[in-house]
Design a protein around this ligand. Sequence first.
Ligand SMILES: Nc1ncnc2c1ncn2[C@@H]1O[C@H](COP(=O)(O)OP(=O)(O)OP(=O)(O)O)[C@@H](O)[C@H]1O
Length: 243
Amino acid sequence: MLIDDVTVAFGSLRAVDGLTLRIEYGAVRAIIGPNGAGKTTLLDVITGKTRATSGRVVLDRTTDLTRLGEAAISLAGVGRKFQKPSVFEALTLRQNLALALRSPARGALAEMLHRPGRDELDRIERVLEIIGMAGSGEKLAGILSHGQKQWLEIGMLLMREPRVLLLDEPVAGMSDEETSRTVELVLALRAPDRAVVVIEHDMDFVERIADLVTVLDQGRLLVEGGMSAVKSDPRVVDVYLGR
Ligand SMILES: Nc1ncnc2c1ncn2[C@@H]1O[C@H](COP(=O)(O)OP(=O)(O)OP(=O)(O)O)[C@@H](O)[C@H]1O
């Protein structure tokens, strides 16, 4: 995916300012930077929640996402996990995963009555395994811990086999143990035809998952590279890590 000279202006403030990034498949990219650097706004532009003032977001060299609405962008293969999990607590894990394939407009009752086909059942079992919850498919999502809900929600995104997976602060509020488990999960999400993009303030977590780290500051690209180089870069220490 190519973020091509994207600017998002809110009045006189440029939350994203002429930003160009190439996001590769097969890798986990972390986007870090101080509060207000434009990280969330960038994800909002990719997913169509916010319109770019100028520039393009090009998926697979052909599709300019900035021309599409949110639903079409999701159908084009972009999945986003927000910080706060929003699973359906009254449904089982399997029902939650099944629901991810269909329009939420169908409603919970229709979902309870739905009988999935073989392909769908196989996919659900595969996803339960990836998120480390094989054997828990019949549990109600409402009894899950905060961390488990986050993983289930990642599973719901995986059901659609996304090309681009955007994770917004995935370990916020997690215990150390849950964070370690999330490291394993994020690394397992890496696939040759998938780009994983993670916004996170927990630098230990970033160090454990990121193939490449992009540092934003004031809507612009400050530094890009491996975590070890980024960590010791005086510009990054100055605007972010040293604070
Ligand atoms: N809808 C909006 N209207 C006006 N200003 C906005 C809007 N959304 C974001 N901003 C501003 O744009 C800038 C970038 O915000 P953004 O949330 O993208 O930063 P961030 O890097 O995600 O920060 P954080 O780490 O705190 O989440 C900030 O100055 C913010 O106040």
